[in-house]
Design a protein around this ligand. Structure first.
Ligand code: SF4
Length: 504
């Protein structure tokens, strides 16, 4: 579809709405309204109301011979705010999205679960309204429903996640930050994975040099952190599958981390063990001895057929055995992941997996929606997966079942390429929130990454909950590139040092 922007250049905002509302249309930006065919004309004009400079957006959508309109307007911004430019830009982008969404909604007649929201963290819309405008949580949720057309079920999810974020903001000390360590090795590559390399099974010989390079990077990070008064409030070792190395290698890595960093202020230490086929009593004993407090066992499904279809070597029985080992080792916080929409899965299969996991009583259950990422086998091979309507039914099963079992949502995010535009939600039993997940998803504090990960240098928030610029430093995600480029990665710690000296 041809898209004409007038008075602004919010291409990304327009693309996002087109992708969500008319996913079969490809955006093509032009300067002139075409004489025939579908098009969207989105015009932004400066206006003044009661002495305030605002912007008004008018969208006209011509599709299949009919014409639809949508309007929106920016809200007032405190002209003295130090972040006026950032907020003004965000407001204008929001007005563009809303005007276009309103026109597209009239065109399709389809109600989307997340309405006109396009960001990966819809719950932040509530937290911003509460913190910046002083709205009550109830009023902010009503605004999400009314202005953004979010469904009642999704607004309820967003409200719970926003409450967990607001609680975490109050609990975090000013100098807290999080440490992430990414180990990009797995026993096999899952069909939906685009993270570890396609040859992950053949890259095991890179594990020892990868761990050596990781220890060097840890030393460099500790040196960069030394002058600042930052506390590591949460540690998270993710992957890949960080329990892929043998027990002795895990022990050596964690011993090195213990010596290098001060974990005394850490309220939690998580290892995303993930795959049941990598969990042994010996490895769990090592993790426990190093003060790890949280473990993940992530089956994704409890159907043997679906496990095979996604390329897992383990069975549901292995998951039960891993849970027994984890509980016997004395871990009080266990997370289990499920994915709705996997190849070969059905509503009944998903319900059975969910019930099996609830019966295992992990403290956290994370329900993901399948994302068909570029490079993943399901995408490359065009593997049939359940349609969006069926995924919607699966997720509709999950919410009431989890709430009935005393879980509530505590963080959520949306990803691109998910069936039906749905979300991933972390559910927790009372008091079981994983602080790292909230810090990372809601960008509450800097996250310093080692190994395969992304460092996020998040500037301190203002009282009204707005952030300054977030600088991201990307490490290579594949082991070979990481090992080869370790000197440059270490050199980049200079940026971390500058940031910490300024902010902490
Ligand atoms: S366990 Fe995770 S990181 Fe490893 S192959 Fe599967 S999806 Fe990818």
């Amino acid at each position: 579809m041809k898209i004409i922007l007038e008075g602004h250049s919010y291409k990304y905002a327009a693309e996002q709405i087109l992708l969500q509302t008319l996913p079969d249309e490809k955006p093509e930006f032009t300067d002139a309204i075409p004489e025939s065919g579908s098009y969207a004309h989105i015009a932004l004009r400066e206006i003044t109301i009661k002495g305030e400079a605002l912007a008004s957006v008018f969208a006209k959508l011509s599709h299949n011979g009919r014409v639809y309109f949508g309007r929106s307007q920016t809200r007032r911004i405190d002209p003295d705010s130090p972040l006026f430019d950032v907020i003004n830009d965000r407001e204008r982008s929001r007005a563009v999205k809303l005007a276009f969404f309103r026109a597209a909604r009239r065109c399709t007649g389809v109600e989307l679960p997340w309405g006109a929201t396009t960001g990966i963290r819809p719950s932040t819309l509530i937290t911003r309204m509460v913190l910046r405008s002083g709205m009550t949580e109830k009023a902010a949720t009503a605004t999400l429903r009314r202005e953004y057309y979010v469904s009642a079920a999704r607004a309820e999810l967003a409200l719970d996640a926003a409450r967990a974020e607001l609680k975490a903001r109050r609990a975090l000390a000013p100098n807290d930050l999080a440490l992430y360590i990414g180990i990009p090795f797995c026993p096999t590559r899952c069909a939906y994975c685009s993270f570890v390399s396609q040859s992950v099974e053949r890259s095991m010989e890179l594990l020892p040099p990868f761990l050596d390079a990781l220890k060097r990077e840890a030393d460099a990070l500790a040196e960069a952190m030394a002058p600042a008064s930052a506390h590591i409030g949460a540690v998270y070792i993710g992957g890949g599958t960080p329990t892929t190395p043998d027990a002795a290698s895990i022990d050596a890595l964690l011993t090195h981390l213990d010596k290098t960093f001060n974990f005394a202020a850490s309220t939690e230490y998580t290892v995303e063990a993930g795959r049941a086929d990598t969990i042994t009593a010996e490895k769990l004993a090592v993790l426990k001895a190093h003060g790890v407090t949280r473990i993940s066992v992530n089956p994704q499904t409890m159907s043997p057929e679906v496990l095979r279809a996604i390329g897992r070597r383990h069975t549901p029985e292995d998951v039960y055995a891993a849970f027994e080992l984890v509980r016997a080792a004395g871990f009080d916080y266990v997370n289990a992941d499920l994915i709705a929409g996997l190849p070969g899965d059905t509503q009944d299969g998903f319900r059975a997996s969910l019930e099996a996991l609830i019966a295992l009583a992990p403290e956290n259950i994370t329900v993901h929606t399948l994302s068909r990422k570029r490079g993943a086998r399901v995408t490359v091979e065009n593997t049939p997966v359940p349609p969006g309507t069926e995924v919607s039914e699966m997720l509709s099963l999950a919410s009431p079942a989890l709430r009935a079992a005393n879980y509530s949502p505590y963080y959520l995010y949306r990803q691109k390429f998910t069936s039906g535009g749905f979300e991933n939600t972390g559910w927790t039993t009372p008091g079981g929130d994983c602080l790292y997940n909230i810090i990372m998803m809601d960008e509450l504090r800097p996250v310093l990454a080692l190994g395969a990960g992304v460092t996020k240098l998040v500037a301190r928030p203002t009282e009204s909950g707005d952030y300054g610029r977030i600088e991201r430093l990307f490490n290579p995600k594949y082991p070979y590139e990481y090992i080869e480029r370790i000197d440059g990665i270490i050199e980049k710690k200079r940026r971390v040092k500058e940031f910490l000296s300024r902010e902490f």
